[in-house]
Design a protein around this ligand. Structure first.
Ligand SMILES: NC(=O)c1ccc[n+]([C@@H]2O[C@H](COP(=O)([O-])OP(=O)(O)OC[C@H]3O[C@@H](n4cnc5c(N)ncnc54)[C@H](OP(=O)(O)O)[C@@H]3O)[C@@H](O)[C@H]2O)c1
Length: 217
């Protein structure tokens, strides 16, 4: 493996545990936390994400990357202190049928811009939101495999985006640079990219088409 990373995951639900398993498989170290004491997710973690360590959220500090996989309507309850100074992946989506109507997400260009502002001093990278938790382990392929699935990566922080691209590659996906964080709206709920299986080449075409639409409206 090229680069072993320490990955923290906030949220031990469908996405957090699926990403956790795939991350352990890729050879990284994984700590997983919720807003509850580590003891309460210890057994679940041992059974569902073998190889990962259940921790209190404060113990995610120092991770190379922290992945936030919490229902978006709960974003204000997230302990943002632990995220400060870190590269953070926003894997969350806004879906009013599930989250309820939340004004700031109705009007935002990209939901991740709201999240970036709320989180504060973090290098936020949007990705992993547009692949179903059930697909993540199934669709993974080694680098160079024909028709390898791609995942888009958007951020205002270049180095953070590069690090996350390395991580995405290690999970078994081509990482495609979607540009700035605001461009992440191109792979939010309701878009063609969201939950679609695309190669890197197809992804670039879709991202370019979306960028043209955004410029002309
Ligand atoms: N489902 C998918 O296929 C998919 C794919 C990509 C992205 N997403 C997005 O990922 C996010 C999570 O989805 P999910 O399906 O994994 O949700 P989920 O199964 O409901 O799991 C949510 C997890 O977050 C924890 N949590 C809740 N509030 C928290 C807080 N303040 N701090 C830390 N942890 C907290 C929950 O703990 P408790 O159970 O103890 O409350 C639970 O472990 C959503 O925004 C969703 O749109 C979903």
């Amino acid at each position: 493996m090229a680069q072993q990373l320490s990955i923290g995951i906030l949220g031990a639900g469908r996405v957090g545990t699926a990403v956790g398993r795939q991350t352990v498989r890729a050879g990284h170290t994984v700590k997983i936390a919720t807003d509850k004491p580590a003891e309460e997710i210890k057994l679940l973690t041992e059974v569902i994400v073998p190889g990962a360590q259940a921790v209190n959220s404060s113990e995610l500090t120092g991770s190379d990357i922290i992945i936030v996989a919490v229902p978006l309507h709960k974003y204000r309850s997230i302990d943002t202190a632990v995220l400060q100074g870190h590269v953070v992946i926003d894997a969350m989506n806004y879906w009013s049928e599930v989250d309820g109507v939340i004004e700031e997400f109705e009007t935002a260009s990209s939901t991740s811009e709201v999240i970036a502002e709320h989180f504060g001093d973090v290098q936020l990278v949007k990705t992993l939101n547009h692949i179903g938790y059930g697909d993540l382990e199934v669709d993974s392929h080694p680098a160079g495999a024909p028709n390898r699935r791609a995942l888009a990566v958007a951020s205002d922080h270049h180095e953070a985006k590069q690090l996350v691209a390395v991580f995405i590659d290690s999970l078994g996906y081509d990482a495609v640079d979607a540009g700035q964080l605001a461009a992440g709206r191109a792979f939010e709920n309701g878009t063609e990219i969201f939950n679609g299986r695309h190669t890197a080449e197809q992804m670039r075409v879709l991202l370019n088409e979306c960028a043209k639409v955004l410029v002309t409206v």
